[in-house]
Ligand binder design. Structure first.
Ligand code: SF4
Length: 431
């Protein structure tokens, strides 16, 4: 039985217990959330060294890091290094989006090395295989697409992005309204090309039951992709995006009825004032299914700093109820990320996730900040480093200019913390 089927039948699985322990909540509340479809635990039965992670309502906001080769760059060693850095920096999940080299071998190595859930987008590899064997993605057969998905799930991938909501009617809406940036989802673009060339419905939509059967067999969580996500602020919350979301809401329901866990992916590029509405729309249409946003980026002009534009959007999205943030790195829109980009992206997204958790009232979130404030008040530099998201950076920056006394070099002898304690007798001891 899948986690969802177990939860529905009243069973608290070892995975649910592990998630409850990590979150500091009752196991029964995790079981209830999984049964309701508001929490997913991506845990492929073939991913043997996985430490289960829960994503959804009432839980800490989770962060995903995308890694993977491109057709131009990368190999298994660099991807394993990115995986190591991502996990070390606190990523809760990693997606392998490899499109170059021996894709199957790279994925196998990543799954074997990963203690966090691994996600993939199977249509990338299926499309590349179709180019190799038929000369074009549009010549891919439906069986080849499903064989590609089967290979991923058999290898132990915990969640797969499947762009099932890119239907002919969503394409019609896209054509009618027009867009500035058209389609920026690679998987969405592959499918749209295939559908227009073959004049057929999206096979992931038409044969959704076949997909559900595969996912159920290995307890793979479906991450229902947003092929129509806006790639420009000008295209945010347009009719094509909303049309796709309506379909995804129906597909979440069908997945849950089939015993398959499902979450829903979302934008993309969104102005600040549309983020909360997007979260509410997704939550209402998808009956509380976990929401997984890609950023969102709050401006289109942050090239080189898009981990910041993504973190601003991510914080607002998380505070509004988003459950899972896909990181954005400084390389976004420019280049394949390297391990340092991965580090910057994960930490930026973790700041966003934590800022959201404080607003959500997630257990332990505010307490973490309180401990940091006490350590600051006490001028406890090692404690501050230990409590920070990047302890090594905290120590390095603090020791950049060796101070004379206990204070740091920012204000030196005029340290407010010290002055208040010395002259007013106010201390942080009560904390
Ligand atoms: S010197 Fe200034 S910045 Fe440094 S701890 Fe004291 S008040 Fe804070």
């Amino acid at each position: 039985m899948t986690q969802l089927e177990l939860a529905k039948s009243g069973v608290v699985s070892p995975q649910m217990k592990a998630v409850a322990q990590y979150e500091g909540v009752e196991a029964e509340s995790i079981r209830h959330g999984v049964a309701e479809g508001t929490i997913v635990i991506p845990a492929n039965t073939h991913h043997t060294n996985l430490i289960p992670c829960g994503i959804g309502q009432g839980l800490k906001t989770k962060v995903n890091a995308n890694i993977g080769t491109s057709s131009d760059f990368g190999n298994v060693d660099t991807e394993l290094e990115k995986l190591r850095v991502a996990i070390e920096c606190g990523a809760d999940a990693v997606m392998d989006l490899s499109t170059g080299g021996d894709i199957s071998a790279i994925r196998q190595a990543i799954v074997a090395a990963s203690s966090v859930p691994i996600g993939t987008v199977p249509i990338y590899q299926a499309g590349i295989k179709a180019i190799d064997s038929h000369g074009a993605i549009v010549k891919m057969t439906v069986d080849e697409l499903f064989a590609g998905i089967e290979e991923h799930v058999c290898q132990g991938v915990d969640f797969i992005t499947v762009h099932c909501g890119v239907t002919q009617s969503a394409i019609d809406r896209l054509k009618q309204q027009g867009r500035v940036a058209d389609v920026v989802s690679r998987g969405g673009a592959f499918l749209i090309g295939w559908m227009l060339y073959n004049e057929r419905e999206n096979p992931l939509y038409e044969y959704y039951d076949r997909l559900l059967k595969l996912a159920r067999e290995f307890d793979v969580t479906l991450s229902l992709g947003d092929g129509m996500r806006p790639g420009s602020l000008a295209d945010a919350t347009d009719r094509a995006q909303v049309e796709e979301l309506l379909t995804l809401g129906e597909l979440v329901q069908r997945a849950q009825q089939a015993g398959v866990q499902a979450m829903v992916e979302g934008p993309g590029h969104l102005p600040l004032n549309q983020i909360e509405a997007n979260v509410q729309l997704q939550k209402a249409i998808c009956k509380g299914a976990p929401f997984y946003v890609l950023g969102p980026l709050v401006t289109d002009i942050g090239a080189g700093y898009d981990h910041i534009t993504g973190a601003i959007g991510g914080a607002i999205a998380a505070a509004a109820g988003t459950d899972f943030l896909c990181y954005v790195t400084p390389s976004e829109h420019l280049s394949l990320p390297d391990p340092e980009d991965v580090k910057q992206g994960v930490i930026a997204s973790r700041i966003a996730a934590h800022a959201g958790d404080i607003v959500k009232g997630v257990k332990g979130a505010q307490e973490w900040d309180n401990k940091m404030s006490v350590a600051r008040k006490k001028l406890g530099w090692e404690e501050q480093a230990r409590l920070s998201l990047d302890p090594e950076l905290s120590r390095r920056v603090h020791s950049k200019h060796a101070p004379e006394g206990k204070a740091c070099s920012m204000c030196g002898e005029y340290c407010a913390m010290q002055l208040v304690e010395e002259f007013l007798g106010v201390s942080a001891v009560k904390c």
